[in-house]
Design a binder for this molecule. Structure first.
Ligand SMILES: NC(=O)c1ccc[n+]([C@@H]2O[C@H](COP(=O)([O-])OP(=O)(O)OC[C@H]3O[C@@H](n4cnc5c(N)ncnc54)[C@H](OP(=O)(O)O)[C@@H]3O)[C@@H](O)[C@H]2O)c1
Length: 432
């Protein structure tokens, strides 16, 4: 195993506590014989059985050890970790990793490497822990939709931002909530990956690959995090009977028939009616809703991170690989689909304004110029006429039309006092 922090410590405890007895059940015994860490002198959060396991700082001694069958990468990052995962695969070892960024950024390379190894006995690749920690969503998408056609995968896949949005719904402001999340250890010192949506983007690209067979480079995916949101958006959400969640979404757009258009992948905060399942995912929970032809919509919810939930997914991969029960194709689908990032929906647009004459008329004219039809205009109780916000909700439009409308409103310096905030609204009946 490479890494013995939060997740690695949990894996070690489960494997050395529960799986050693497999031998007495006639199954292949599993031991962790070497662990590579960065700092040998660091105290560990688990009891190291020195009669079985040695610590090292040299990962080469693991990937070149002929007695090691399988390497678990739980250190993170995309530099050294990539060398470890690739090196282990090239040395004909099975590999398990919890590293979302690594897999999604190098999906094609890794898939080719895994494909190469498939001809060899005892090879395999597990990554259940890389999306939604403890929820078995990878295994589900690999094996439970083989006779079905998935239309849409959408989910709350980042617990840190879900925790923060829950606090903002109760009235807290973004900066205060971020500080609290950092103090609790939910958010990193550099929180960019979470709050700017990049972590969600990496995960939805993996889910898109599993659901649709298309490898979408994360850097191309439109990605909005939660940094623009303020407590006033939650006031408006309440007026609309909604809450706000950060979602990663991959769906077939509608063209001639339902769900027959190009694949669309995006990350954005979304206005969700409070009675939907996704709206009820609180604290740092995760949920993925999968909509398909046979099943309608199924929602998979559970702990998206944490020591034992994440370790549980790794151990499940480990046992499947050791027992020869893992999918021989970790990315079973291969498809050629057009990709179009211009997603569609009804949108919420908050316009921060200083009061004056003719503002609504002007916004109406700009909407007409952008080809956007306004559905409703909402105003919360005004506390300060010179520093207020009103909201426009729209009929179905493309995100490019909404962006162009917001850009032209932002240029109305006589009343627009800050950039507009926009997000899609989840209003279709089949949406969870
Ligand atoms: N934490 C979660 O809930 C969770 C959930 C899902 C996925 N993941 C993913 O799982 C991976 C591990 O996360 P974590 O929370 O367990 O991280 P962590 O607590 O920071 O542990 C990282 C481990 O990697 C070791 N390490 C770091 N750089 C190294 C290097 N250059 N050479 C050798 N060892 C090195 C560290 O060694 P030292 O201990 O000596 O410093 C540490 O043991 C990440 O990819 C993360 O994104 C985490």
């Amino acid at each position: 195993m490479v890494g013995a922090g939060t997740v690695g410590g949990g894996v070690y405890e489960i494997v050395m506590g529960r799986l050693l007895e497999r031998a007495s059940q006639g199954k292949r015994p599993l031991w962790i014989t070497k662990i590579c860490v960065k700092d040998l002198s660091k105290p560990r959060s688990f009891h190291l059985d020195e009669s079985i396991t040695t610590l090292t700082t040299n990962f080469e001694s693991i990937i070149h050890d002929p007695d090691i069958d399988l390497v678990i990468e739980v250190m993170g990052g995309t530099g050294v970790a990539k060398a470890i995962v690739e090196g282990a695969l090239k040395n004909r070892k099975m590999v398990i990793t919890s590293n979302t960024e690594l897999i999604s950024e190098h999906l094609d390379e890794l898939e080719a490497l895994i494909q190469d190894q498939r001809r060899l006995p005892r090879t395999g690749f597990g990554y259940e822990a890389a999306v939604c920690g403890g929820i078995p969503i990878i295994q589900t998408l690999q094996s439970c939709y083989t006779g079905d056609l998935i239309h849409k995968v959408s989910g709350i896949v980042n617990g840190t931002t879900n925790y923060m949005l829950g606090k903002m719904e109760k009235g807290a402001e973004f900066d205060d909530v971020l500080r609290e999340a950092q103090e609790l250890g939910y958010a990193d010192a550099d929180p960019t990956g979470d709050i700017d949506g990049y972590n969600v983007r990496a995960k939805i690209c993996l889910l898109a690959k599993l659901a649709f067979g298309v490898s979408v480079p994360p850097s191309q995916v439109p990605c909005k995090g939660i940094t623009e949101l303020s407590s006033v958006d939650f006031e408006y959400a309440k007026l609309l009977g909604c809450t706000i969640k950060l979602l990663g979404t991959a769906e077939r757009l509608h063209e001639a028939r339902e769900w027959d258009g190009p694949l669309c992948v995006y990350v954005s905060p979304v206005m969700i009616p409070s009675n939907k399942t996704l709206a009820g995912i609180t604290r740092n929970g995760n949920a993925v809703a999968v909509t398909s032809g046979n099943m309608g919509t199924c929602c998979y919810t559970g702990p998206g991170a944490g020591r034992f939930p994440t370790a549980n997914s790794i151990v499940a991969d480990l046992v499947r690989l050791a027992d020869g029960q893992a999918s021989t194709k970790p990315f079973p689908l291969q498809a050629k689909l057009d990709v179009d990032f211009d997603y569609e929906g009804s949108f919420y647009i908050r316009i921060p304004y200083a009061d004056g004459l003719g503002i609504i008329k002007r916004v109406g004219e700009l909407a007409e110029e952008a080809g956007v039809s306004i559905h409703s205009i909402i105003q919360n109780p005004i506390r300060d006429r010179m520093s207020a916000d009103f909201v426009v909700t729209t009929e179905e439009a493309k995100v490019s039309q909404i962006e162009s409308l917001c850009e032209s409103i932002n240029e109305q310096h006589d009343f627009c006092r800050a950039p507009c905030v926009f997000m899609p609204m989840l209003i279709h009946d089949d949406d969870f």
